[in-house]
Design a protein around this ligand. Structure first.
Ligand code: SF4
Length: 151
């Protein structure tokens, strides 16, 4: 059995910034997949943020919300708490929501709030990687299943 950390919003948990659930059926199916045990987390809620909340984007080392407020401390706290849960559950793999300033693993919005994507990771995905956890995006569920050898 492999514990896989997963963005809670991908399972339909109502934790997204806009308060609108967005379940990913491919990820939700993994709940019943033999050999996988999902560990759901929402870094932004773990960082003390409410749902709904003002959208935010990464701008270098900072996270700035659409109102121009620096919310970096909340996002970093959420990243640290997420890492704590990953380590408690011995998760070596994470399957996270793409493009989020917390969970994004390859591309994120560029901080201009213009819908422009750039190469980079959210702060939680980056911290997990720094600590040896293999981070995959939601579109890579099949690769996670193959890696684990689950059925
Ligand atoms: S922080 Fe991650 S888990 Fe929480 S709503 Fe955003 S993408 Fe989903």
């Amino acid at each position: 059995m492999c514990n896989v950390l997963v963005s809670a919003c991908l399972l339909g948990v109502n934790c997204r910034y806009n308060g609108i659930p967005k379940k990913n059926e491919d990820i939700a199916r993994l709940i019943d997949t033999e050999g996988i045990h999902l560990v759901p987390v929402c870094p932004e809620q773990l960082g003390g943020m409410a749902t709904p909340r003002c959208p935010a984007e990464r701008r270098g080392q900072l996270i700035i919300n659409a109102a121009g407020e620096d919310v970096t401390a909340h996002y970093l706290r959420g990243a640290r708490e997420t890492l704590r849960i990953a380590q408690l559950y011995h998760c070596s793999v994470a399957l996270l929501k793409e493009r989020s300033p917390s969970c994004g693993s390859r591309q994120i919005y560029d901080g201009s709030f213009s819908g422009t994507l750039t190469e980079g990771a959210g702060v939680t995905a980056a911290l997990l990687r720094e600590n040896g956890i293999a981070v995959f995006g939601e579109s890579e569920a099949e690769q996670v299943v193959e890696r684990i050898g689950a059925k």
